[in-house]
Write a protein that binds this ligand. Structure first.
Ligand SMILES: Cc1cc2nc3c(=O)[nH]c(=O)nc-3n(C[C@H](O)[C@H](O)[C@H](O)COP(=O)(O)OP(=O)(O)OC[C@H]3O[C@@H](n4cnc5c(N)ncnc54)[C@H](O)[C@@H]3O)c2cc1C
Length: 524
């Protein structure tokens, strides 16, 4: 994936219409690009910042049916998500793992209640199930999670769901789309819509954020896949368009692995205020979250509220023997769910997470809602609609069985490079040519210098933030260590991108300001 080549392609394409033009490079847009290109449509995707900069790098990292939605009786959504969970594990086995979750039981009725609930979950997954749910004794529960609070514990229920690396899947989807013939470009912002005399959409105006250059791009269908930013594009289309999205914020705290011993995750099905809380092992750390707080404004860098931080720390303290404090938090990150605007008086927890594909009077298609797990189905439904609206030839979806870039079945989780799947051998080859690239960037994390070179050459990383936040996950795993990694990262990138010392210094400065927003304890 080379940005200069992509830009050259759109310049050469000129006024010739694209079949499908997608605005937004998160899970929804990238999934739609794979869907469109794999059906043979001329496809272009434009992302204003980096791929997965928005909500799609800030999830709980679960590929799941959604036990919570089962509790709420949203059977259709759970069935769809369980099917997609199975397909994603089949198509991206290098990134999606089978993870055991323990529901600790402290009340007499918890055991039978959650065992029956999870058996229903298993039945709904059918052939694509990841393993049977079982009731376990108190001793077995303590063995699975040795640092769980023992007082009052009666037993537990184990069930299985998928776990993944969200930003890495986004990069792999971009690569899959490109392999299928799509053009995908980061740092390319849609600034306006083009319409004909009848008011029908004809294309978009875009600006290259790096060079400042502006382009007009013509397309048979324009798809708004901008998540919590969808209303901004809908209002470009019709200034009187009502608000369709209310962002709901969720935050996560990242702790060292010692706070969650054993290999399993914990799922607390009902916290003090009726939410679900997870503690999930991820890349040798533990991700604890999340919250559900309506916020007024969308933002590319949302910030955790004090009450959200307290809620997570207080809830974790009720279940864990080693109680996490603010100083133990390695990174704190917030994300915004693109929820359909709630009906007055309805709590956000109760709003369905199903996706919606809407068509404006101008013919613009907007896809909102859903979740990472269901990105493929969202793409399929969106392209089905685009075929109708854009008068494109009828072609069936092939993504159910389409391997995602990097897919291999032999995955060695103990090798930190496992997330690259079939690309791992190319990173090893870089190291063979230049052994110093095997050096770690920071002793606290496993990332190697070779990964920076790979990210720039093959994965369209343009800034230090792209590398430390989304090509690697350093920012999300240990924000302080990632700040220490920034100067070396900038130096290696500058050589690759032929940038000068001033670029390097500016990158480090900008990154440091951003990363300080992911620190909770004091900076020493
Ligand atoms: C706290 C939290 C936890 C979650 N956990 C899970 C989970 O464990 N499992 C799961 O399945 N789902 C989870 N989700 C849901 C999932 O993360 C989202 O549904 C999904 O990431 C939304 O993707 P998206 O592409 O619609 O939006 P985004 O990822 O926000 O992408 C939209 C993109 O559009 C771009 N854009 C905006 N305006 C323009 C413009 N003018 N020009 C070009 N580009 C533009 C933005 O920069 C952005 O990158 C979670 C969500 C949250 C908030």
């Amino acid at each position: 994936m080379n940005r200069d080549t992509m830009i050259k392609t759109i310049q050469e394409h000129g006024d010739y219409p694209w079949d499908v033009l997608i605005i937004g490079g998160g899970a929804t847009g990238l999934g739609t690009a794979v869907e469109s290109a794999s059906r043979g449509f001329k496809t272009v995707l434009l992302e204003q910042h980096d791929f997965a900069k928005g909500t799609s790098s800030r999830s709980t990292k679960l590929v799941h049916g959604g036990v919570r939605y089962l509790q709420q009786g949203d059977v259709g959504l759970v069935l769809e998500a369980l099917r997609e969970r199975g397909l994603l594990r089949q198509n991206a086995p290098h990134l999606v793992h089978n993870l055991a979750f323990v529901i600790p039981n402290y009340e007499w009725w918890n055991g039978p209640f959650y065992t029956i609930g999870m058996k229903i979950y298993d039945t709904m997954a059918g052939k694509l199930g990841l393993g049977p749910s079982i009731h376990i004794s108190k001793e077995e529960t303590m063995k699975a999670i040795p640092n769980l609070k023992e007082e009052g514990l009666r037993g537990g229920v184990i069930y299985h769901d998928g776990q993944f690396d969200d930003a890495r899947l986004a990069v792999n989807l971009a690569e899959t789309a490109v392999t299928q013939g799509a053009v995908v470009i980061n740092y390319m912002k849609v600034t306006g819509l083009l319409k004909n005399k009848e008011g029908l959409i004809q294309g978009v105006e875009v600006q290259d954020i790096e060079s400042g250059e502006k382009y007009k791009m013509i397309a048979k269908t324009v798809i708004n896949a901008t998540g919590v930013f969808a209303d901004g594009i809908l209002q470009m289309d019709d200034p009187a368009a009502p608000r369709s999205i209310i962002p709901s914020q969720g935050i996560h705290l990242v702790l060292d692995k010692e706070f969650l011993q054993g290999e399993s995750a914990i799922m607390i099905p009902k916290t003090a205020d009726g939410r679900v809380l997870f503690a999930v092992p991820w890349h040798q750390k533990v991700v604890v979250g999340t919250t559900d707080t309506l916020v007024d404004k969308e933002s590319l860098e949302p910030r955790a509220l004090e009450e959200e931080i307290e809620f997570i720390l207080d809830t974790a303290a009720q279940y864990l023997t080693k109680i996490p404090t603010r100083e133990d938090v390695r990174s704190i990150f917030a994300g915004l769910r693109p929820l359909a605007a709630p009906v007055k008086g309805k709590d956000t927890k109760e709003i369905s997470r199903s996706h919606k594909v809407m068509v404006s009077l101008s013919g613009m298609i907007t896809t909102i809602g859903g979740k990472w797990t269901t990105y493929r189905k969202m793409g399929e439904d969106t392209i089905d609609k685009a075929i109708l609206i854009g008068d494109l030839p009828e072609r069936d979806s092939v993504t159910k069985n389409l391997p995602i870039h990097g897919a291999i079945n032999e995955v060695d989780d103990n090798d930190p490079l496992y997330v690259y799947g079939s690309d791992k051998k190319f990173i090893r080859a870089l190291i063979d040519l230049q052994p110093s690239l095997a050096e770690k960037l920071n002793p606290a994390l496993s990332y190697l210098k070779a990964e920076i070179i790979w990210a720039v050459r093959e994965e369209m990383a343009r800034t230090v933030e792209d590398v430390l936040a989304r090509r690697t996950r350093a920012l999300f795993l240990d924000a302080r260590a990632s700040i220490e990694m920034a100067p070396e990262t900038a130096h290696i990138m500058a050589a690759e991108l032929k940038k000068d010392k001033i670029w390097e210094e500016r990158q480090v400065e900008e990154y440091t300001v951003l990363a300080k927003g992911y620190l909770l304890g004091k900076i020493v």
